[in-house]
Ligand binder design. Structure first.
Ligand code: NAD
Length: 483
């Protein structure tokens, strides 16, 4: 018998209703767990519970909130192996990737345990004599946190931790495919001292419970990470005017490799950035832009590297890449390879892989011979697929890199300082990497994109306070203005 987990509202499990079976993408015969599916009524109860808990939680001291987050962070870090194993089993990233993500979640909780104790306001003299001006930060209220499946614990942590740190209460809806990691995070936080209802978990389908969580009059803010299509739905939905919205969406992330690049380093940046986490990363370097005289050497070296790339069960030690998360993502990856072929591209690899256990396996795919305007270079695949486009020189490479509509992350490999500095200044992406694989590990700095990739204030680190608080400017005349 597999374990059954449920939504959590007001600190209590929600029983009844239908259940859903979650299987391991590395081994479809392995049932990870069953989860009870929340309906609209549960979502409404979760919002009501968060609204009820807000006066209590928002009036706790920063130290009380810090203690909860610190304790939760310690437990996440202490259980990194166990939680990493669960994450690898339900999502399919390799054990080192999964464990690394859990550690990052623990570090994020610890970071916000410290951040909440920092000074956040201003005290100023007024332009009017004798008047004091103060600018303070206050919580927003009930925050809906809606997350995707590809980072099942880190993304929830980087939204929930600042939301709670700054005194908000939360309704959290994880992606349907990864309820286990979400449940563990909520359980740890609730046992670390949160009052009932400060953090609620809704395990439901986005199409069913999503509208309640994003438009209910009691929801003051929505922080969402997921696809551009769902992000647009949330933004366009009729909702109370004062609702704050933060969206982190898809990416089509160029990696420019110029003639003077260190070839071995460029290969690692491309292979790790493009195929790490099975390419299922919003920041994946799925779009390489190589200048003419390095292009062929790069392709040859990447092919040689991929010849030693192992695909297997996410929990097998030593493998490079786990399975694709589910059948629909696998179909999407194969569809984009077909489109690339139809548009004149050559596809190397990308075949379905059969192993001892039945899973959603494919080999990494390299797409050659397409041009910047082709579908494979415009749309997000979200799988282990990297396209390499040939350009004449750095100027063309920059123009092609900047033509991406989803400007989340961009990179360059070069040994020339002036080229690196020029790219950093002129890239249109929200995050720029120089001689490094694609973005994401630093939890103390802002994270986010531009263009179709992002909406609203940045996430993470010192930027998080902008979304999770609202400022108040107060003018005080302490007494009569004597002089
Ligand atoms: P998705 O948009 O399908 O789902 C994301 C979440 O939205 C899920 O929890 C889903 O249940 C929920 N949802 C679905 N319909 C909804 C609705 N009508 N109202 C409210 N919520 C709804 O995305 P996904 O397939 O889970 O994730 C993959 C996408 O996420 C990719 O595009 C990837 O680039 C993006 N992503 C972006 C970042 C970033 O920081 N920019 C990070 C990770 C993933």
């Amino acid at each position: 018998m597999s374990r059954t987990i449920t939504s959590v509202v007001g600190g209590s499990p929600v029983t009844g209703g239908s259940t859903h079976t979650d299987v391991n993408p590395s081994d479809l015969a392995d049932v990870v767990l069953e989860h009870g599916e929340a309906d609209v009524a549960v979502a409404q109860q979760a919002v009501a519970a968060a609204a009820q808990a807000f006066p209590t939680w928002s009036r706790t001291t920063p130290w009380q909130r810090s203690e909860v987050l610190d304790k939760a962070g310690s437990e996440v870090l202490a259980r990194a192996d166990e939680l990493g194993d669960l994450l690898a089993r339900e999502e399919g990233k390799t054990l080192p990737e999964a464990r690394g993500e859990v550690v990052r979640a623990g570090q994020i909780l610890k970071y916000f345990a410290g951040a909440v104790l920092q000074p956040h306001g201003h005290q100023l003299d007024s332009v009017r004599p004798g008047v004091d001006v103060s600018v303070t930060r206050e919580p927003i209220g009930v925050v809906s946190v809606i997350t995707p499946w590809n980072f099942p614990i880190a993304i929830p942590a980087w939204k929930i931790a600042p939301a709670l740190a700054f005194g908000n209460t939360v309704v959290f809806k994880p992606a349907e495919l990864v309820p286990g990691s979400a449940w563990e995070l909520v359980d740890i936080l609730n046992r670390s001292g949160l009052p009932e209802g400060a953090l609620n978990l809704v395990l439901g389908r986005g199409s069913s419970v999503g509208p309640t969580l994003t438009t209910d009059a009691a929801v003051n803010a929505v922080t969402f990470t997921g696809s551009v299509a769902t992000g647009r739905l949330i933004l366009d939905a009729p909702a109370p005017l004062g609702r704050k919205v933060q969206l982190e969406l898809g990416g089509k992330n160029p990696l420019v490799i110029v003639d003077d690049a260190d070839l071995a380093l460029a290969v690692e940046c491309l292979v790790q950035g493009g195929f790490g986490s099975t390419g299922q990363r919003c920041t994946a370097s799925s779009f390489a832009v190589a200048t003419d005289s390095i292009h062929d050497r790069l392709v040859e070296a990447v092919q040689e590297r991929l010849g030693r790339w192992s695909v297997g069960d996410a929990r097998t030690p030593g493998i490079d890449m786990g399975p694709v998360v589910d059948p629909s993502q696998l179909r999407q990856n194969q569809h984009y390879l077909d489109v690339a072929r139809r548009e004149g591209g050559e596809v190397l690899g990308g075949e379905l892989v059969e192993l001892d256990t039945e899973g959603h396996y494919m080999s990494p795919a390299l797409v050659l011979g397409t041009s910047a305007g082709d579908t494979i270079n415009r749309e997000e695949v979200f799988g282990p697929v990297v396209s390499v486009v040939r350009v004449a020189d750095y100027a063309e490479a920059l123009a092609v890199a900047n033509s991406s509509a989803m400007n989340l992350s961009a990179g360059i490999c070069t040994t020339d300082l002036a080229t690196a500095a020029h790219f950093r200044r002129n890239s249109r992406a929200g995050m720029v990497m120089v001689n490094l694989p694609t973005a994401g590990v630093d939890f103390h700095v802002p994270f986010g994109g531009r263009g179709d990739s992002s909406y609203g204030p940045r996430e993470q680190g010192f930027a998080a306070i902008d979304f999770f608080t609202t400022s108040k400017t107060a003018y005080t005349l302490p007494g009569s203005p004597r002089n």
